[in-house]
Design a protein around this ligand. Sequence first.
Ligand code: ZN
Length: 340
Amino acid sequence: MFETTIAGSLPRPDWLAEPERLKGGWKLEGEALKEGQRRACREWIQHQEEAGIDILTDGEVYRRHFVHSFLEGISGIDQNKKTVMGIRDNRYDLEVPTVTEAVSRPAPVFLEDFKYTRSLTDKALKITLPGPMTICDTIANDHYGSRPEMAMAFAELLNQEARELEAAGADVVQFDEPAFNVFMNDVNEWGIDTLNRAVAGLKCTKAVHICYGYGIDENNRWKETLGDEWRQYDEIFPALNKSHIDQVSLECASSHVPLSVMRHLSDKHLMVGCVAVTPDRVESPEEVAATIKEAMKYVDAERILPCTNCGMTPIPYDIALAKIKALGQGAALARNSLQA
Ligand code: ZN
């Protein structure tokens, strides 16, 4: 009951990468970098186990960016042909590489690192991959006739990658789709189709992470424009409930999401965001338990997985550590109060 998990990323230690940055550069190179990433992964696996997290991740400490690190392993992309693109419906501009030919995956991208992570723990392990729609909102297109066509091509590659990760022992494969909260019509028209393509044939648990973004300034300013009730999930959850995905995440801590949107996901498990990913404060275990209790008004307890709102890459290491401890303790409180 109340199996805990995290959205995916955790801060990279300051000896490994520039801290508190989304794409902070590595401080090591070559073999030293590889060994450093493995050490950072070992430390986060241990921290998660000690915090009572049930479904662990590698903290994405092997990656510089949740989308581009995957794309660096894909052919058909000209990494030097930079295009300035308005990301997430022009929320912020980013200089991104350009797809210039049909994409292909010459070799597994995350498999080797994943096998190492798998060797570190017997607990359930989740691997995260960028979702097809979010990839297409984070790279320029100079080849495909349309965004849905490009997304389907990426979904095919993601599916190959996911099958290999599953075979290597992934218990959960999660696709990160923050773009789902921005292009709601597209989600219904083609986004869910491409997500279903990405998970086709997988027997492990299939998850999607949909959030309102990292706690960075651009996102925080955008969130201020969304009004008192954030209703984006209302528009996409009914179709997601019919998808082949098993678990759906949603941002609940310190957000303006009315938790009644959970009613749309009656056939799914819900990763309920119980800690925010802003650096200013750490939730108490009691607050985490209160969010779980609030979710229980709409979802059976068996379908609730307490989680973080989003990835924690950009926040200080110690704050993230305190937040995952609060998450574990809050879930334990909620379990105890059910048994009482
Ligand atoms: Zn997120």
